[in-house]
Design a protein around this ligand. Structure first.
Ligand SMILES: *[C@@H]1O[C@H](CO)[C@@H](O)[C@H](O)[C@H]1NC(C)=O
Ligand SMILES: *[C@@H]1O[C@H](CO)[C@@H](O)[C@H](O)[C@H]1NC(C)=O
Ligand SMILES: *[C@@H]1O[C@H](CO)[C@@H](O)[C@H](O)[C@H]1NC(C)=O
Length: 269
């Protein structure tokens, strides 16, 4: 009797210590993409796939799947990303209601020049992480261990300046400004505190460099729902500090509306 309950206790201890030894070994633990899995220019979506909130193969993503993943993974409310998700559907090569993370590499849809971590499409891979490009962000807000909305705006300013200098095909209109500013506000809100717009550099760097949620390092999903009010407050500061110089002369806001080679676009003329 004593023997068997001791055995049970020992088993329970062994079981719980094996759980403790492998924290996060659940269906949302990190797993790098394998053969046949596809990834995108967006670290936020890639991380959701690497943690199993999106399909790990990066395929067959519908609007409900994406809204659910963003909510469960980051506490992002649908209102913040619904438009981007709907626009992304136009990149799909195989369905009306689903896209893959590979589809959204399409330049001129959601993907844009002067990215924080990818090369411009005309200059190289527009979807793989690039440490040289990321240097601007990595060196920002010196002297403290966090990034914030004004450093994010400054990074946008510097990256655009670099892109305008190095790439004569750079597309820079209100549509890119809007997307880039939303993305900057999101890395701050998701990796940091959405009410202050401050995010630890360590977390943001892991997020961009590894497409990984820095759970082992202490990151936690925001308890505060990330909604439009909070995002707009962060964006306001980013927009101001990014000192956007206005569109490239003669360029109109555009959205590429199909994955073909043609430049089938819509926008005000
Ligand atoms: C899933 O996506 C792939 C393309 O990425 C497509 O070929 C396949 O038909 C899709 N499957 C379903 C069930 O929609
Ligand atoms: C961001 O951090 C820097 C460095 O501490 C600080 O000077 C700046 O005022 C901060 N910006 C905001 C919006 O808090
Ligand atoms: C843009 O740059 C490329 C490569 O440097 C060059 O071949 C091309 O002629 C340039 N186009 C314009 C319009 O200046």
């Amino acid at each position: 009797m004593l023997g068997s309950s001791f055995y049970l206790l020992a088993t329970a201890v062994a079981f719980s210590s094996s759980v403790l030894a492998f924290p996060g070994k659940d269906k949302h633990s990190f797993q790098a993409p394998g053969d046949g899995d596809v990834r995108s220019p967006c670290p936020g979506l890639n991380a959701l796939a690497n943690h199993g909130y999106l399909p790990r193969d990066g395929k067959n993503i519908t609007i409900p799947i994406m809204m659910d993943a963003a909510l469960k993974g980051y506490n992002i409310q649908p209102e913040v990303i619904l438009l981007a998700a709907r626009v992304s559907l136009m990149t799909s090569t195989y369905a009306w209601d689903a896209f893959s993370l590979e589809d959204i590499r399409l330049h001129g849809n959601v993907e844009h020049d002067a990215s924080l971590s990818r090369m411009d499409e005309a200059l190289g891979s527009n979807w793989e992480f690039n440490e040289d490009i990321y240097t601007t962000l990595a060196n920002s807000n010196p002297g403290v261990d966090y990034y914030n909305a004004s450093s994010a705006g400054e990074v946008q300013r510097l990256r655009l300046e670099q892109s305008l200098r190095d790439n004569n095909a750079t597309h820079n209109t209100l549509s890119e400004l809007t997307i880039r500013t939303r993305e900057s506000s999101l890395y701050l809100a998701v990796m940091g505190d959405p009410t202050t717009g401050e995010a630890p550099k360590e977390y943001v760097d892991i997020f961009f460099r590894e497409d990984r949620l820095p759970i082992e390092e202490g990151w936690k999903r925001s308890e505060v729902p990330i909604n439009n009010d909070l995002i707009h407050a962060i964006e306001k500061v980013i927009l101001k500090t990014s000192q956007w110089p206005g569109p490239v002369e003669g360029q109109c806001a555009w959205v590429r509306t199909s994955p073909g080679d043609d430049l089938d676009t819509v926008g005000p003329s």
